[in-house]
Design a protein around this ligand. Structure first.
Ligand SMILES: Cc1ncc(COP(=O)(O)O)c(C=O)c1O
Length: 430
């Protein structure tokens, strides 16, 4: 039985004890009401399996936590961009945060409402800006003066005004992994407050720009609220200074980054988060935008993989499985921890293993020093909390076809991305 630290507020017993809908029934792992080993047999491994219920509940949870404010939840597409997942989210009437023309294309294919799309990223190309302006998105989150000038020029050619928010770098430490810290002055993201101030003063010269928002995003997998409060306070001061001469200001976007449980973290709940930042937001009279990615999909997916070899050594035992760093790079890239469990519970003594993939890199591991049963070739294990930054960061390294993806809803399932084939690996090569 998988018991986790309370994650949800007290709404139902199920929600109090469990963070997702992957659980054992009679010793076999289920995704909602679907037998995981049956899916692995049918679709082969490595296989990403997502739970619709987990994803929708997390989205509703964060929406409801922020209902005190006029809030637009823009799901951050980079966390998981499969069109079927985006569709689920669009059907809940959420907005989207995109960072590329490709993500924008996916959201539109999934039926997302352009008027609820915000577009962030330090390197938007002129082609991407043109595409987003033609699409009629809600706004760009601008990250540099050159970007502002480029958008102004393209909007002029199109004879329109582009709606934008200024992404401000508040210079706070989010206390997360350095690779996913984005709100410190040494990071490439956003513009500093002094420059933002002068941009507001000179905004009139950008005739095709309408600055209607202030934006921040300080990092990802943030488990404490204080960095948000520190950043919001700085931006609140700034907004109060410029409000008298920026009549079009309508939105305050506080970004994403809310952390989830991978191991034993105790992230603030969505409700705690909303209530603690409320005093700094409510009297600004601006609409709020939040951009959660991981919070919505992180616990909503597992990666199922089969044992290729159980290699017992003198110093270490290795469980060599058919998923590698090309399928899930988070452990290799960030030293990230994912809980790993057998798909069938087996009685008997556990053994200490490193769970590793077949790739020719020592960074190719999924978990180190884990206790698992004495598994044999073909046995299945599940890597939990793989719904965010899992498949989207996968690659064909070592010429490995990318995994298939399946979406479960109650006792139903559907293949939402086919496994790649060897032919797929070469089909674009000339
Ligand atoms: C601008 C922006 N918004 C939102 C997110 C989503 O972050 P998370 O998945 O941690 O919520 C990111 C992720 O890096 C981001 O760069």
């Amino acid at each position: 039985m998988l018991i986790y630290i309370p994650f949800y507020d007290i709404i139902s017993i199920k929600k109090v004890i469990s963070m997702d809908y992957f659980d054992y029934k009679n010793g076999k792992l289920y995704a909602e009401d679907v037998d995981v080993s049956m899916l692995a047999e049918k679709f082969k491994t490595p296989l990403y399996i997502y739970s619709s219920r987990t994803i929708i509940e997390h989205l509703r949870k964060i929406k409801s936590a922020f209902k005190e404010f006029d809030t637009l939840v823009c799901y951050s597409v980079k966390a998981n961009s499969n069109i079927s997942i985006l569709k689920l989210i669009a059907e809940e009437d959420a907005g989207f945060d995109v960072v590329s023309g490709g993500e924008l294309f996916r959201v539109l294919k999934a039926g997302g409402n352009p008027k609820k799309i915000v577009y962030a990223g330090v390197g938007k190309t002129p082609e991407e800006i043109f595409y987003a302006l033609k699409t009629g998105i809600l706004m760009f989150n601008i990250e540099s003066v050159e970007e502002l000038q480029t958008i102004n020029k393209i909007a002029k050619n199109l004879k329109i005004k582009a709606d934008v928010a200024l992404r401000i770098n508040p210079d706070v430490d989010a206390h997360t992994h350095s690779y996913i810290t984005t709100g410190k002055k040494e990071n490439k993201f956003g513009i500093n407050i002094i420059l933002a101030n002068s941009l507001f003063n000179t905004a009139k010269k950008y005739k095709h720009i309408n600055i209607k928002g202030i934006d921040m995003h300080i990092g990802s997998q943030i488990t404490i609220i204080q960095p948000y409060i520190d950043a919001i306070k700085k931006l609140k001061n700034f907004i109060e200074q410029i409000k008298s001469f920026s009549k079009n200001l309508e939105f305050f976007n506080i970004g994403g980054g809310m952390g989830i449980i991978y191991k034993d973290e105790k992230p603030a709940t969505a409700a705690e988060f909303a209530s603690e930042i409320s005093p700094y937001i409510k009297d600004l009279n601006l609409k709020l935008i939040i951009e959660p990615g991981r919070f919505i999909v992180g616990n909503g997916g597992i990666l199922v993989t089969s044992v290729i070899y159980n290699k017992k050594g003198i110093n270490k035992n290795f469980l060599i499985v058919d998923a590698g760093m090309n399928d899930l790079i988070r452990p290799a890239l960030y030293g990230a921890y994912h809980s790993i469990i057998p798909v069938k519970q087996i009685k008997g003594k556990n053994i200490l293993y490193d769970i590793v993939g077949p790739i020719c890199e020592s960074a190719d591991f999924l978990g180190k020093d884990r206790h698992l049963p004495d598994l044999k070739q073909g046995d299945l294990i599940a890597i939990r909390s793989a719904g965010a930054y899992g498949f989207v960061m996968s690659s064909n390294y070592n010429s490995r076809p990318r995994a298939a993806e399946v979406l479960v809803q109650n006792n139903k399932y559907k293949l939402i991305r086919k496994r790649e084939t060897y032919e797929d690996l070469i089909k674009l090569e000339i």
